[in-house]
Design a binder for this molecule. Structure first.
Ligand code: NAD
Ligand code: IPM
Ligand code: MN
Length: 322
């Protein structure tokens, strides 16, 4: 039995995760799912968005399927997702971007950088400390190089022209790439944002620090049809969490219009992680067949609802098995 923790979260997380979960259940009847509630909704109801017990429940799972949570810009509210990533030490945020003429993987450092959590507010200024450690840089560089070794090459997105902290990051990536024998180039992150959109064929694996990877991946969604399509994996030594790149999208929540593909593809990444690439491929192919049949949610110009799209993928998964 494989244990998968399911966090629907807030907003469209509550719509897209059940779709992804049903598809996982169809391809892998041996998965035992258990629900874990975290997020803004829980905070409003109980005053706590996540606690030690929640983290322990997440730790007990073989993998976590995560939706999205609302993070209000309230000084009294700490991002739960950041707490979870840190508590489970999910240091590699892997974001594949695949589509017509595009096959790029962004590997985002996921535990430090500007998300160090070291911040304070004074009467006339507020400070956030950007921490780039040697250990943190080396391990994400190693992860990205291992991936690039099985693919083509590595690009290091950085701002070492201005930030001393990125000099250390670049140094670590240079050393790891040389050790792994991976062709490696460097690009300032601002220039990279544009060049990736103009010439996606020039890129393969991109490794970068936390917030740069956050911004770059949302921008890269433009290449393949938007945020509704991009999955991600948050990987650590002992734990792994799979979630869409998008957020809780309150503007479209509860309307049955959210695109569940990002969540479904995150489920496929979860299956690969569990050592079942065949089921992962079956899910990916089912999504592609449904898209080719012209069934699409409104963000892709179609009229299918979240649930209807999910039902179509479920049918295709069933057909693939028969
Ligand atoms: P968002 O990703 O939720 O939405 C950005 C835009 O993309 C919106 O117009 C939305 O309607 C659209 N969109 C997103 N996912 C879509 C989908 N599956 N189908 C169709 N359209 C989709 O980002 P935001 O609006 O900046 O943030 C909303 C909330 O989500 C905030 O509280 C933010 O902190 C949170 N957030 C959470 C996560 C997470 O939990 N992983 C990630 C990003 C943002
Ligand atoms: C993401 C999100 C998160 C981040 C927020 C919700 C903490 O934007 O996963 O991309 O900034 O990492
Ligand atoms: Mn983001």
């Amino acid at each position: 039995m494989v244990k998968v923790a399911v966090v629907e979260g807030d907003g469209i997380g509550r719509e897209v995760v059940p779709v992804a979960r049903d598809i996982l259940a169809a391809v892998r009847p041996d998965i035992e799912f258990f629900d874990v509630e975290v997020g803004y909704g829980r905070w409003e109801r109980t005053g706590s968005a996540c606690d030690e017990e929640t983290i322990a429940a997440l730790r007990s799972a073989d993998a976590i399927l995560f939706g999205a949570i609302t993070t209000p810009p309230d000084p009294g509210y700490r991002s739960v997702l950041m707490q979870i990533r840190r508590a489970l030490d999910l240091y590699a945020n892997v974001r594949p971007i695949r589509g017509e003429g595009v096959d790029v993987v962004i590997v985002r450092e996921n535990t430090e950088g500007l998300y160090s959590g070291i911040e304070w507010t004074e009467p006339d200024r507020a400070c956030t400390v950007r921490v780039v450690s040697r250990r943190g840089s080396e391990r994400i560089a190693r992860y990205a190089c291992t991936l690039a070794k099985s693919r083509r090459h590595l690009t290091v997105g950085n701002k070492a022209n201005v930030l001393k902290s990125d000099c250390l990051f670049v140094e670590a990536c240079t050393a790891e790439a040389a050790r792994a024998g991976v062709p490696c180039t460097f690009c300032y992150i601002d220039a990279l944002c544009l060049d990736l959109l103009m010439h996606p064929d020039r890129y393969d694996v991109i490794v970068t620090t936390n917030i740069f990877g956050d911004i770059l991946s949302d921008a890269a969604a433009y290449l393949v049809g938007g945020l509704g399509l991009l999955p991600s994996a948050n990987i650590g030594e002992g734990h792994a969490l799979f979630e869409p790149v998008h957020g809780s999208a309150p503007d479209i929540a509860d309307k049955n219009v959210a695109n569940p593909i990002a969540a479904i593809r995150s489920g496929a990444m979860l299956l690969s992680h569990l050592g079942d690439p065949a089921s992962a491929a079956a899910v990916e192919e089912a999504v592609d067949r449904v898209l080719r049949a012209g069934i699409r949610t409104p963000d892709l110009g179609g009229a299918a609802g979240t649930r209807e799209f999910g039902a179509a993928v479920l049918r295709e998964v069933g057909r693939g098995k028969a």
